[in-house]
Design a protein. Sequence first.
Length: 149
Amino acid sequence: MELDSLYQEVILDHYKHPLNKGLSENYGAQVHHVNPSCGDEITLNVTAIDGKISAITWDGVGCSISQASVSIASDLLVNKSFAEADAILNEFTELMQSKGTKEGNPDVLEDAVALAGVSKFPARIKCALLGWMAFKDAAVRINTTTGGE
């Protein structure tokens, strides 16, 4: 099986069987992001305990890329410190801005490397980043109001 086919399957699996979808009632911060270019929407709840991300839940509508990407992010960033999550977010952002020149580090990005091909399509990059940017804003809110506790 070719790598591109495998990556396509990873994206479709996260789209068809999204992780952490369904907003929890308890959260430290909630954000809602919309991609104005296509209409994709994400509402994301983030909870932290003792400076670690304890839960990320979400709900949204949109293309398979935006929905798979937020599913991947919600799984990958849980149980990380905010510094670790920020490093992963930066690595993913760099991958999305690479215009197809980078493959991503699977040790850091895990399933998110499946989205590397998206970076070749500028119109789809915002789709892939939607949930990640929502997380970034939620993290800022949590750290501003509670110090990450």
